[in-house]
Design a protein around this ligand. Structure first.
Ligand code: FAD
Length: 404
């Protein structure tokens, strides 16, 4: 008996498998994962896990018994090497062929490499997996000068953890502010100030030309303005690229992501793609399609594909949301990052919110330390509501009533 094969045992692949069983799908379900561990959550890797507040067992999405109980075969440390769509089977790195009725690609993304000399020196890291986090954790014990390349979410979360440990932290960023592509200017300014008051030094508008070392170990960053920055621990956090090679080699369409339609199917009706690796049509994007790197997206797309396979197809239309923990503050965002014409700030009980406008439409709502407003924001964005800038700026204006 053939069945459903899921390539990638991460957040999205796991969700697809679990949701198939919840939806009553009875046939075989097999997940293929190239990491040694069962499916786990990545967000704590740059937060509580690196801070030593949760251990590895706290990362796993389910205990090992779940997979047996739900008859989900989860193969670890094995890679899907290629797909034969005509024969409907996946060739594994150990030489086996696995037949499928339906194939779900949930291959995620990998860290974008930094194309400069010295990235192979000891002390230079990227963060994606438990293995990466464990290597970084060990290196932190001896580190003094930490340099972070890229002021994105992962870089800044890591910077916070290092600063809290009393290390000297420098963040080098090509743009003129942190999280430049993802958040509004008021949010960027708030977190810049938060990090600077924790002692983190930013070098904006600067690039890295090389990582220099001695005896095979990183010692300094050589910057494009000609200066050097001492660094015995370097974290490169310059974004990710989708794992789409096996899809492309199988003749599936890829455009910075495996291209899928509104129900997350590829051009081959027997193959779907979900999570970080998928490019899908969405009303929340500026240009019609998006590829989204978030837990929300991985979970909701896993559910959507499972429902379709179980016979209840619905177009994917979940509201995008995301969070990041930095410097003791919780940032939450709803909507996809679209450059704004105007951003309007609103006071909340314990923090503030920023409404991002494109013309008169609200395209995104960011909140700091304001969980209730974030929940209201999800409903506002889902329903396409656009309170006026005057209403938003008025703390007496009832946001929750609007979102009811
Ligand atoms: P993944 O979870 O990456 O899983 C894909 C799996 O497939 C991987 O294990 C990969 O090794 C495997 N794989 C790839 N190709 C093959 C193959 N050919 N054969 C077998 N296996 C293969 N999101 C948030 O919403 N909030 C956060 O705060 C947040 N913080 C994060 C912090 C860190 C440090 C990282 C790395 C990510 C964070 N994210 C966060 C992003 C979130 O974790 C991802 O969007 C999510 O994991 C995507 O799920 P996925 O299943 O698509 O991919």
């Amino acid at each position: 008996e053939t069945g459903i094969v899921i390539v990638g045992a991460g957040q999205a692949g796991f969700q697809a498998a679990a949701s198939l069983r919840e939806a009553g799908h009875a046939g075989p379900v097999t997940m293929i994962g190239d990491e040694p561990s069962l499916p786990y959550q990545r967000p704590p890797l740059s937060k509580a896990y690196l801070a030593g507040k949760v251990d590895a067992t706290g990362l796993f999405l389910r205990a090992p018994g779940f997979f047996a109980d739900h008859r989900i075969a989860c193969e670890t440390s094995v890679q899907a090497a290629s797909i034969d769509r005509a024969a409907q089977h996946v060739r594994l790195s150990d030489g086996r062929d696995l037949a499928y009725d339906h194939l779900i690609l949930a291959t995620g993304s990998r860290n974008r490499p930094l194309p400069v000399p010295g990235t192979d020196l000891a002390g230079v890291h990227q963060l994606r997996s438990i293995a990466d986090a464990d290597r970084i954790q060990a290196a932190l014990a001896e580190a003094r000068n930490v340099a972070i390349i890229g002021a994105g979410f992962i870089g800044l979360e890591f910077a916070s953890i290092c600063a809290a440990r009393g290390l000297t932290v420098t963040v080098v960023e090509a743009a003129d502010r942190p999280m430049a592509r993802a958040v509004s200017e008021p949010i960027a300014a708030f977190f810049r100030e938060t990090h600077e008051s924790a002692g983190i030094r930013f070098l904006f508008g600067n690039g890295v030309q090389a990582i220099e070392g001695r005896d095979g170990r990183a010692e300094a960053l050589q910057l494009s303005d000609g200066t050097a920055c001492p660094a015995d621990l370097v974290l490169i956090g310059i974004g990710v690229i989708p794992n789409q090679d096996i899809a492309a080699e199988a003749g599936l369409r890829v455009e910075d992501g495996i291209v899928v339609d509104s129900v997350l199917a590829t051009d081959d009706p027997c193959v779907s793609a979900v999570g970080d690796c998928a490019r899908f049509p969405t009303r929340f994007a500026a240009h019609g399609t998006a590829r989204v790197e978030s837990v929300q997206n991985a979970i909701d797309q896993g559910r959507c594909v499972a429902a379709r396979i179980a016979g209840r197809a619905t177009p994917y239309d979940a509201v995008p949301w995301f969070w990041s923990d930095q410097g003791g503050h919780k940032l939450q965002m709803v909507g996809l990052p679209i450059p704004s014409d105007v951003s309007v700030r609103r006071r909340t009980a314990n923090g503030f919110a920023v409404f991002r406008y494109r013309g008169t439409s609200v395209t995104g709502i960011e909140t700091v330390d304001s969980a209730a407003e974030h929940m209201a924001a999800r409903r506002i964005i889902a329903r396409g509501l656009s309170p006026t800038p005057e209403e938003v700026a008025d703390p007496a204006f009832d946001l929750k009533a609007l979102a009811m």
